[in-house]
Design a protein around this ligand. Structure first.
Ligand SMILES: [Fe+2]
Ligand SMILES: [Fe+2]
Length: 257
């Protein structure tokens, strides 16, 4: 089975980057399943039902999210209709939506789990223990989108899940890291898959407001950068019938390449 994991899609530019680059990426890597992080897909903050439908039309099979999941008020109710979207599994008990999903493709089961870190992040339960409780009953190959800020927390989780998850890829920092490798017990690991959005931006946002905020500490409204070159970041991997990783490669394309 061949899988493509696309990093955080940032607003209109991110959706345009997916639309622009995904056809060629699909042709080259021929993924059976495409997973994308959609926590910033609507205006840079959260996801609406309209954007959810738009992303599924781009042939994405599973959407993961993160700390921005509730940025749009409607998501609290519309998430019940978003059957292919998962939110972090370790959000507090009673929150709407699901934290993991199992789909079947080519007669094989594939489970995606979304978890959120706790270092420099909002309120959540322990992602490590939540993983333990989900993975013991998970069907088929297990993929984890670990949405976290701290590299150390992601690295620790990767080694904690080694041999129990098939692949662990990070999201949230929006910058693709260069540490993709197979861990000692066979799990594919990448600290961060990166993003789809504007290349010369502050992790997807137009530069002026964040620069001013760093200079003055004053509150400034962040807006998605909609101009200039685009970037498309993803992680491709393939596993065999024994669920062993047989191939993997980071994907990073910018317009003008
Ligand atoms: Fe993000
Ligand atoms: Fe995030």
């Amino acid at each position: 089975m061949r899988i493509l994991h696309i990093g955080d899609i940032i607003g209109r530019t991110g959706r345009k980057a997916v639309q622009t680059f995904l056809p060629a990426v699909r042709e080259k890597y021929r993924p059976d399943i495409i997973i994308a992080n959609a926590e910033n897909s609507s205006g840079g903050f959260g996801i609406t039902y309209a954007v959810y439908e738009e992303l599924l039309r781009l042939d994405i099979d599973i959407l993961t999210t993160g700390n921005h999941i509730w940025d749009n008020r409607e998501t609290e109710t519309s998430i019940r209709k978003m059957e292919r979207l998962i939110r972090p599994a370790n959000l507090p008990e009673g929150v709407p939506g699901n934290g993991h999903i199992t789909i079947e493709k080519n007669g094989e089961k594939f489970t995606a789990i979304n978890l959120i870190g706790r270092v420099f992040m909002g309120l959540s339960d322990c992602p490590f223990r939540k993983f333990d409780s989900i993975v013991k009953d998970a069907a088929g190959f297990v993929f984890v989108d670990f949405h976290a800020e701290a590299t150390s927390e992601k690295a620790a989780f990767g080694l904690y899940a080694d041999g129990r998850a098939g692949a662990v890829a990070g999201t949230h920092t929006h910058v693709q890291t260069n540490d993709d490798r197979i861990l000692p017990k066979g799990t594919l690991y990448l600290t961060d898959t990166g993003m789809c959005g504007s290349l010369n931006s502050v992790i997807g946002m137009a530069k002026d407001a964040p620069i001013e905020r760093f200079l003055t500490g004053m509150p400034r409204k962040f807006e998605v950068e909609n101009k200039g070159k685009m970037v498309f970041n993803a992680l491709f991997f393939e596993y065999d019938s024994a669920l062993k990783i047989v191939d993997f490669s980071k994907v990073s394309i910018t317009s003008g390449d």
